[in-house]
Write a protein that binds this ligand. Sequence first.
Ligand SMILES: Nc1ncnc2c1ncn2[C@@H]1O[C@H](COP(=O)(O)OP(=O)(O)OP(=O)(O)O)[C@@H](O)[C@H]1O
Ligand SMILES: [Mg+2]
Length: 250
Amino acid sequence: MTTIVISGKGGTGKTNIAALLVRILSENKLVLAIDADPDTNLADALGFPVTKTVGDIREGFLDEKDELAPELDKQSYFESRVMSIIEEADRFDIIAMGRPEGPGCYCYANNILRAVIEKLEGNYEMVVIDTEAGLEHLSRRTVRDIDLLLVVSDVSKRGLDTADRIRTLANELNIRVKRIAVIANKVRNEHDREKLKNMAEKMNLELIGFIPFDEGLAALDLDGLPLTQLKDDSPAFKAVKEVVERLNIG
Ligand SMILES: Nc1ncnc2c1ncn2[C@@H]1O[C@H](COP(=O)(O)OP(=O)(O)OP(=O)(O)O)[C@@H](O)[C@H]1O
Ligand SMILES: [Mg+2]
């Protein structure tokens, strides 16, 4: 089982790239897509809007927990409810985390949640997690073993700076990350490529691919249409496919 986390600065294209990855990887693999952004929109991008999140279940649990007696009951309460909110698309499943309990909270419910995710992961070959912008999701440590941390950057030094900070924080938090790579998105020309390449090299960041600015993708997003409608020969789709091949994860 391979866990891929998509991270990066705000608005760089994390959700769109996560959706394309899920689409491409699920051609050959059993994929679970996890929307870990409280502002859930991976599900929309994949054309499967979720109605209930893990956060909703947690709230229900906190309301009812005094009536639930033994340990085992709490665990199975979570498991059965989490299972029930997994949306099953044709080629992949999707679950949304919803809102967290709050920073620095090591509540019992969060621990059970982590256990449930670890258990769920065992049912799939690939888990693709879309996260909210910035570093907070790492601090929450819902995932402690990451095979591939893909940091999406736009065409900016700040995008790469965020990648650098994410790498540092993952180290500090002792999150096991096997590989970290940067995807540069919304790239418009050769000049952008060269500039980003040089900057990444200096920062010792692995730049694994360039995704061009794609008018078709932007048009779908403008109309709130899912990325499942993006054609296979569109520039962004082809570029993400190349990244998958280069990473050898397809
Ligand atoms: N390759 C691309 N070509 C054109 N537009 C793109 C591309 N990638 C992303 N966009 C546009 O950039 C905007 C942000 O994309 P997206 O929502 O995927 O970013 P995000 O990093 O998930 O944002 P957030 O930090 O809010 O979660 C959207 O309007 C989207 O249409
Ligand atoms: Mg997003």
